[in-house]
Design a protein around this ligand. Structure first.
Ligand SMILES: *Cc1c(COP(=O)(O)O)cnc(C)c1O
Length: 475
């Protein structure tokens, strides 16, 4: 007992650690309190180890470097704690709009606008002409109407919020007619039947999974019907013996019966993507022209902007959405609004979109440019993996992602890495290899397919940054 208390006595005080030269810079950066807490924690853990007669700890304590080691340990713990866990990565997955990797990267014009909105007071909800309260949607509404042909527009947190809001506004405690083939799950907890429940709506399925006809909707309409809804089946396709009802037919039926008709477009696009040699996707304007009353779509899928849900349509119906108390809970923040305005403005000049909007630049990147990236990185990656893996380059296919155009793949080029391992150990070697790329300072995320690690080079822009950190690869 005596010897134990003698050992405890030999531990430095918290103050002594805090006064060390090693910790001066980190204290300056994060403040005294954070470092003090960590120091206390480290000393407490050490006391417990000593009580348990832990040999390593006792040896450490008696080593000449103990004090300096302890200070360094506190320093690195504090630095790790304050460095933040949201960090940039290289998206070499081949999925351009990758939800788990943050979807679209924003153009610099949007980033500048975000900085201004974030650091200065703005006229977010202030009418400069009258000096009275304004509407935050006013900053976008005119542009959105001009680009889509709609009468009015509003913006919320994301498209999931937009769908919830449309359902709740138009059909609370009433029936929503929707085709059985459109009861989609987008991923995570977003499943149309569940969203209907959350919005207080009664789901009324019409037709069958593969075929739904106009008469199915017609015969389902009764006094309890609140809404007709169409959901873009963005992440799957039903093929074969199929039938679905066109938007113009449905809109005519809805109009005759005096029921609102809404469409969740999912990705949505403001321009015809075929002009960029991309697969066809219905535009918001076409959907509005087909007679749909209200259309919703994402800000950060094919649009290439920040996370947002955009709702456009008939003035009277958009007004009802705006007056729903839920709108206040789901509204978009000023920083997003600033970024979205800039992105929407880029769409007024479609010719330059593929240069100015990073998402479209990636989606339309010429194969020759992607191949050129492969030529420049191949020897270096090969070199850094030496006897651990065979590295080749070859053709691959990129996906747009986030449910947009799931079946259409873009020609691309990749590094194809096959680990060198004894038979029966290839999976473990492959996982180790992928993990070591993920532990780089700027993690490199690829995809594993068929026993190989694939790095699709479509989205690799910072080639120098990619190459530079290869020397830190721990295999
Ligand atoms: C992606 C998607 C949503 C959800 O949009 P978020 O912007 O991710 O909230 C809703 N409906 C459809 C059809 C989608 O594809």
């Amino acid at each position: 007992m005596n010897s134990l208390s003698a050992v405890f006595k030999s531990l430095p005080s918290v103050d002594k650690v805090l006064q060390s030269v090693t910790l001066a810079v980190v204290i300056e950066r994060v403040g005294h309190e954070g470092v003090k807490l960590e120091t206390r924690l480290q000393l407490e853990q050490l006391r417990q180890k000593i009580t348990q007669q832990d040999e390593d700890s006792l040896n450490w304590l008696s080593s000449p470097d103990f004090f300096e080691d302890l200070c360094r340990k506190v320093k690195s713990k504090v630095e790790a704690e304050f460095s933040g866990s949201l960090i940039p990565v290289f998206n070499l997955t081949g999925t351009v709009v990758h939800t788990n990797l943050g979807r679209a990267c924003l153009p610099s014009a949007a980033v500048n606008a975000m900085t201004i909105a974030a650091t200065q007071a703005t006229n977010l909800e202030f009418d400069l002409a009258t000096g009275k309260r304004g509407d935050r949607d006013s900053h976008l509404e005119e542009s959105l109407c001009a680009l889509t042909g709609a009468e009015a527009a509003t913006v919320v947190n994301n498209n999931a919020a937009a769908v919830l809001l449309m359902l709740n506004t138009f059909s609370s405690h009433k029936e929503v007619l929707i085709s059985r083939g459109e009861l989609v799950e987008i991923g995570g907890a977003f499943r149309i039947p569940d969203v209907m429940k959350s919005a207080n709506c009664i789901l009324k399925e019409v037709g069958t999974t593969n075929r739904t006809h106009l008469r199915d909707y017609e015969s389902a309409i009764n006094s309890e019907t609140g809404l007709i809804m169409k959901v873009h089946t963005s992440n799957y396709e039903i093929r074969g013996f199929t039938n679905s009802v066109t938007e113009s037919d449905l809109s005519q039926l809805a109009q005759e019966k005096g029921i609102p008709f809404v469409s969740d477009l999912g990705s949505g696009t403001l321009v015809d993507l075929k002009q960029f040699n991309l697969p066809y996707e219905p535009t918001v304007r076409q959907t509005i022209e087909a007679g749909v009353d209200v259309v919703s779509f994402s800000g950060d899928k094919l649009l290439g902007g920040p996370q947002a849900g955009i709702v456009v349509g008939k003035k009277e119906l958009i007004q009802r959405i705006k007056s729903n108390p839920l709108k206040r809970a789901l509204r978009v923040d000023k920083i997003t609004l600033a970024a979205l305005s800039e992105v929407i403005n880029l769409y007024k000049d479609p010719q330059r979109l593929t240069v100015r909007l990073p998402l479209l630049a990636d989606l339309t990147r010429p194969l020759s440019a992607i191949e050129a990236v492969a030529v420049s990185v191949l020897p270096l990656v090969r070199n850094s993996l030496a006897d651990k893996a065979v590295v080749e380059s070859g053709a691959c296919k990129s996906q747009i992602g986030s449910g947009a155009l799931p079946l259409d793949l873009l020609e691309s080029h990749a590094l194809i890495i096959t680990p060198i391992a004894e038979k029966g150990h290839t999976d473990a070697a492959l996982n180790r290899l992928a993990a070591s790329f993920r532990s780089l300072p700027k993690p490199v995320i690829g995809r594993i397919s068929d026993g190989k690690l694939i790095f699709d080079l479509r989205c690799l822009r910072d080639v120098d940054g990619f190459i530079e950190q290869l020397s830190s690869l721990l295999l």
